[in-house]
Design a binder for this molecule. Structure first.
Ligand SMILES: Nc1ncnc2c1ncn2[C@@H]1O[C@H](COP(=O)(O)OP(=O)(O)OP(=O)(O)O)[C@@H](O)[C@H]1O
Ligand SMILES: [Mg+2]
Length: 249
């Protein structure tokens, strides 16, 4: 079983979108996948058509067999849960006291039920990122091909190194470019700079900017299900293939 954390230094780069859709692509390859939302925005459920009145999630029920929801898209998931500000503060305090809360929760799941557990995190250095990196075997850093996102890479990669130092079961991190513009000189220049400076970390596929992605969210479903043949869906399928290949190696 592999635990993969989707992380980023900058917000709004597409972590949640890619976590959900890579999970669906892996499920289409007969992998058993559990998505866990470690972001207080509780937004993952919006991609999965969950009842908007549902407040349940890991903040109240923990990470356990009994807190798992079934989606119609071939994957299972544990939402963050809807919480008040005071409840969130208490939860964060508990996580600070127990840095392995997420790891212990994952270890408590019935063994052998999942091939992949995918963790979605909020941007930047948070207690949720710390928890996710202590549990993960691999981190995918989502970046945009723009200067602002590029500038955050040194900070997020050194945080990952710091939180995973000395772990023989951490296989490494990769950078995944999202929202790659099809015709943009600047975008291509940033992509070239990424290849020049981070060649060994880069996932060899960039996910293109595609209006179908936000349309799919409007219909509360993964883009892979909404428009399987669109550019972004095909890119995401290639990312899933790359992931499986890289694990085999
Ligand atoms: N490849 C893409 N093409 C077009 N739009 C995209 C793409 N990926 C993500 N988006 C859009 O970008 C916005 C942000 O995506 P998302 O919520 O997945 O980012 P995030 O990194 O999880 O954000 P946060 O840091 O707030 O958690 C959404 O409106 C989403 O539809
Ligand atoms: Mg998100």
């Amino acid at each position: 079983m592999q635990v993969i954390a989707f992380v980023s230094g900058k917000g709004g780069v597409g972590k949640t979108t890619l976590a959900v859709n890579v999970a669906v692509a892996l499920a289409q390859r007969k992998m058993r996948v559990l998505l866990i939302d470690l972001d207080p925005q509780n937004a993952q459920r919006l991609h999965l058509g969950m009842n908007p009145d549902e407040i349940a999630g890991l903040t109240r029920e923990g990470i356990a067999d009994t807190s798992i929801f079934e989606s119609p898209f071939g994957i299972k998931f544990i939402p963050f849960g809807r919480v008040s500000e005071a409840e969130l503060e208490d939860f964060e305090a508990e996580l600070k006291l127990h840095p392995n809360w997420v790891t212990d929760g994952i270890d408590s799941l019935t063994p052998g039920c999942f091939d992949f557990i995918i963790l979605d995190t909020p941007p930047g250095p948070t207690v949720f990122l710390h928890q996710a990196l202590l549990a993960a075997h691999r981190a995918l850093v989502v970046v945009l091909a723009d200067a602002a996102s590029y500038a955050t890479i040194p900070t997020i990669t050194s945080l990952i190194e710091q939180y995973t130092a000395g772990r023989s079961d951490f296989f490494g991190m990769n950078l995944l470019i999202n929202q790659m513009p099809i015709h943009s000189k600047l975008g291509h220049q940033v992509r070239s700079a990424l290849y020049a400076n981070y060649a060994e970390l880069l996932v060899p596929i960039a996910v293109h900017k595609d209006p179908r992605v936000s349309q799919a969210l409007g219909f509360e479903r993964p883009v892979l299900q909404y428009e399987p043949g669109c550019k972004a869906s095909l890119d995401i399928q290639s990312v899933a293939d790359w992931l499986l290949d890289s694990i085999e190696q």
